[in-house]
Design a protein around this ligand. Structure first.
Ligand code: ADP
Length: 551
């Protein structure tokens, strides 16, 4: 027997409609890409302009299923583009500007993007690859006529026009929605840390459900009483859902544009009264460095979600002890829309003194309703949730990819419908999941596994260390041994002995790195995490000093 409730397709245009109807006057604040000045608009105005943009798309012949790309920072224009594209059933393809130009061209071609909406910053990048992107027939520069680059800078960009000229004077009554909730609405490629980038094709339904899921109090809990600084980019898995949960909840949104350095972030936190934010660890390390250097204060920020890569203990403690900000450690992937788990404390954990909470807060957290998690061994057998047995983390749910765009990578679900995340993890009896490593980053030493994440987090806890990367390097006796690369904070000096003796009391002896190398730069990938592929290639023939000793 079927229920007798209304069939109300879960399409994301309804989120923008809702915001315009019920939160029309709530502000969306943007740091302008053009000049860094702060400008203000509202959900009501964004809705009108998004509709005008939909009209422009229709006139350009864009309709259901067509891919329209954006190459931009978090701004109100980017939100207008996002809803204007999705509202007419086209697919908003958020391009990651941090990709190598060849990868960018590969992705544009793979997606067969028809139009690209580009921020001023990325015009040169797009101009450099456009010749190799025959499907793109038009380019919209996300600015006004007065800030359009001169013709020679636009190069061969086809029919380039400014965003403001493109939408101005158009009717704002283009119909939205009216299609199946399983219609595609967003496309985001993983950054290719495992081979060619692969497209994750979100549906209206998956994004709508993800929005409701992130609004749970123990997930992100966005509320109309919040002011959210959306640091995590819209091109990084939907800004972790914030570009949806902001308008859905009526929270005031602050979009940082092109400036993600500590000083600029701090300024917005304070001047806009931000209560909540989300970003990868490196952004927060930049903020804390700035605060230390300037003796800056944090007055309104209450909680931050940190994810994308493992959050070091030092970050959790400094935010708590020095600034009274609660860190929620979260895990997710492009393939999970992206939120998979969040480390909101249970009442039992919260009742402990903060020091004793830290081991739980360091874990990536528990699964919200709507996400199923389990651990499996290499043979596909389920493993116990005992907090010590690591296994492959498997995930299921309405917000999880069933396949990649155009079938890349073949069948990505196992026989029971689980998606293999490629992460190794434990799950404890209280349900807290902890990532031990990406399966391919684990350092395999004499049959034992060393977590590169553990080593990096401990090294970053050293007061002189800014960033640390650990990789396995070939070793004749042990197969692999850890090599630690350390970037020191500006102006600091340290010896390998100093770092190793810091680590000695914090990891088992056999897990200590065989060598510590000080470097000026640690390569970060397109989503802000340490690029282990580059590091492994760079040090593939590196001779560890312990090799002679073992021979
Ligand atoms: P990409 O793979 O394109 O770099 P994703 O954001 O999809 O971008 O990466 C997802 C991966 O990031 C996860 O599979 C996991 O390895 C890692 N990750 C995400 N959050 C965390 C976290 N809190 N701790 C450790 N690793 C994380």
């Amino acid at each position: 027997m079927l229920g007798l409730m209304q069939d109300w397709p879960l399409t994301v245009d309804k989120i923008a409609d809702h915001a315009a109807r019920w939160h029309a006057g709530r502000e969306v604040v943007t740091r302008r890409v053009e000049d860094g000045r702060v400008e203000r608009t509202t959900y009501g105005a964004i809705h009108t302009r998004a509709k005008q943009l939909s009209h422009a798309l229709r006139e350009a012949g864009i309709g259901a299923g067509d891919r329209v790309a954006t190459l931009g920072w978090n701004t109100s224009r980017h939100m207008e583009a996002w809803y204007g594209i999705m509202g007419v059933g086209a697919v908003c393809h958020t391009l990651n500007p941090r990709l190598h130009p060849e990868q960018l061209a590969y992705i544009i071609n793979h997606a067969e993007d028809r139009l690209v909406l580009v921020d001023l910053t990325f015009v040169p990048l797009l101009a450099a690859v456009i010749e190799h992107c025959p499907t793109v027939t038009g380019v919209v520069v996300m600015t006004d006529a007065g800030h359009m680059p001169p013709a020679e800078k636009l190069g061969k960009l086809p029919r380039a026009i400014s965003f403001e000229d493109w939408i101005s004077g158009r009717p704002a009554d283009t119909p939205w929605g009216g299609f199946d909730e399983n219609t595609a609405c967003g496309l985001c490629y993983t950054s290719g840390t495992t081979g060619n980038p692969k497209g994750v094709l979100y549906s209206h339904r998956s994004n709508f459900i993800h929005t409701l899921l992130t609004m749970q109090a123990d997930v992100m809990g966005a509320s109309i009483r919040d002011t959210i600084l959306a640091v995590v980019p819209m091109f990084h898995a939907n800004a972790w859902g914030i570009a949806f949960s902001g308008p859905a909840s009526g929270a005031k949104l602050v979009m940082p544009g092109a400036r993600l350095d500590g000083a600029s972030i701090h300024e917005l936190l304070e001047t806009e009264g931000v209560t909540f934010s989300a970003a990868v660890p490196t952004v927060w390390q930049g903020l804390l460095q700035h605060l230390r250097a300037t003796h800056g204060r944090i007055t309104t920020l209450k909680r931050v979600v940190i994810g994308g890569s493992a959050c070091p203990e030092s970050l959790i403690r400094t935010f708590n002890d020095d600034y009274g900000v609660e860190v929620l450690h979260a895990w997710g992937m492009t393939e999970t829309s992206p939120l998979g788990t969040v480390g909101s404390p249970t009442p039992e954990v919260e009742a402990l003194p903060f020091d004793q909470q830290v081991p739980w807060r360091l874990k990536q957290g528990r699964a919200p309703v709507g996400v199923e998690l389990t651990l499996k061994d290499e043979g596909g057998r389920e493993l116990p949730h005992d907090g010590v047995t690591p296994g492959r983390l498997m995930v299921k749910g309405a917000i999880v990819a069933a396949a990649y765009f155009r079938g890349e990578g073949g069948d990505i679900l196992d026989g029971d419908g689980w998606f293999d995340t490629g992460d190794m993890a434990t799950i404890d009896p209280q349900g807290f999941m902890q990532i031990t490593d990406r399966a391919k980053d684990v350092i395999k030493s004499g049959g034992e596994w060393i977590s590169s994440i553990d080593i990096e987090n401990i090294a970053v806890g050293h007061p002189k260390v800014e960033l640390a990367g650990a990789i396995g390097v070939k070793h004749p006796k042990w197969d692999e041994r850890p090599l630690l690369l350390v970037k020191l904070l500006p102006g600091e000096t340290a010896t390998r002995e100093e770092i190793l003796s810091w680590m000695e009391s914090r990891v088992a002896k056999w897990q200590l790195p065989d060598e510590v190398l000080f470097v000026d730069h640690i390569p970060l990938g397109a989503t802000g995490k340490i690029d282990k592929k580059v590091l492994r290639a760079r040090y593939q023939d590196y001779q560890l000093p312990t090799v002679g000793a073992a021979a």
